[in-house]
Design a protein around this ligand. Structure first.
Ligand code: HEC
Ligand code: HEC
Ligand code: HEC
Ligand code: HEC
Length: 178
């Protein structure tokens, strides 16, 4: 009996470990790093597309009069830019252990690349990035619906519903066809 439960515990421990590995524990490198390679027109200017969306100003938005009103209605006191309940969706990697936030990472960059594509620490190297399958196995996310729904849901005080197909068209930033 004893031996069996020790074995069971070992199995549980292993399972917990591989879950952590699958979830990542990859480091967040921050917007500027991604922009280095995803800025040029020739490659589709993903950075340029992103900065034209409200995702880029989602943190700034928390300083607006509307945000103060939203906070009041939601029963959140104090500055929305300091409130965990707002930061969770208006920034990237909120609540992640600070050891996983790289030097170039800034919460003020709002809903940045890694909020949707996953923490880049282990896929941003050029040789990895050029290999789609390897990038994905090292944390890159390109299948998106689930990711959007983490923030676009009824826990948003201003929620007006979310149509994935319509919203997707507004924010997508394809690479030019080769
Ligand atoms: C050193 C340059 C470099 C950096 C830094 C970089 N990328 Fe890339 N990325 C590339 C290249 C090259 C490709 C492959 C383009 C191709 O297939 O022609 C790519 C492809 C991608 C793709 C498309 C994958 C696919 O196959 O559909 C995504 C998404 C992406 N990068 C996101 C990011 C994000 C997010 C960051 C920052 C965390 C980042 N990249 C940083 C060079 C880079
Ligand atoms: C569950 C994620 C989530 C949380 C929590 C959240 N927001 Fe948002 N917020 C969003 C999304 C997504 C939008 C875009 C509108 C929507 O919900 O479809 C948004 C939009 C807004 C807007 C723009 C209003 C508009 O009509 O477009 C303001 C202002 C705002 N949020 C403030 C706040 C404040 C203040 C808090 C904290 C009290 C907060 N949000 C908490 C996700 C969230
Ligand atoms: C980390 C949270 C988060 C994730 C993940 C996220 N969003 Fe958002 N999104 C927001 C917030 C917050 C706003 C509102 C910002 C504001 O009004 O200041 C927003 C706004 C938008 C808008 C309005 C943009 C505009 O410029 O009019 C669209 C469209 C949108 N999101 C689509 C998507 C799609 C599609 C996905 C998934 C591919 C996604 N979002 C993932 C938090 C998120
Ligand atoms: C709100 C979520 C969201 C954010 C933020 C975001 N992306 Fe994307 N990205 C997407 C979606 C959705 C796609 C389309 C995926 C698909 O159809 O395969 C995409 C596709 C891409 C592609 C591949 C395009 C192709 O044709 O294969 C690259 C490269 C990319 N993103 C880079 C970036 C970079 C760099 C940033 C930050 C400047 C960024 N993304 C921010 C959602 C996001």
């Amino acid at each position: 009996m004893r031996i069996r439960s020790i074995a069971a515990m070992a199995v549980l421990l292993l399972a917990a470990r591989s879950l952590a590995a699958a979830e990542g524990n990859h480091k967040y490198v921050g917007l500027k790093k991604c922009a280095i390679c995803h800025k040029s027109e020739a490659k589709g200017s993903q950075y340029g597309q992103w900065i034209s969306t409200k995702h880029a100003t989602a943190y700034e938005r928390l300083a607006s009069p509307e945000a103060k009103e939203t906070a009041k209605q939601a029963g959140v006191s104090g500055d929305p830019q300091q409130a965990p309940r707002c930061l969770r969706c208006h920034t990237t990697a909120y609540g992640v252990d600070s050891s996983l936030l790289g030097e170039g990472f800034a919460a003020s960059d709002g809903v940045q690349c890694e909020a949707c594509h996953g923490a880049g620490g282990d896929y941003v190297g050029l040789s990895v990035m050029k290999d789609r399958a390897r990038s994905i196995s090292q944390g890159l996310i390109i299948q998106m619906k689930e990711t959007c729904l983490k923030c676009h849901n009824s826990e948003s005080p201003n929620y007006k519903g979310f149509n994935f197909e319509e919203s997707y068209k507004k924010i997508t930033h394809p690479m030019p066809k080769k």
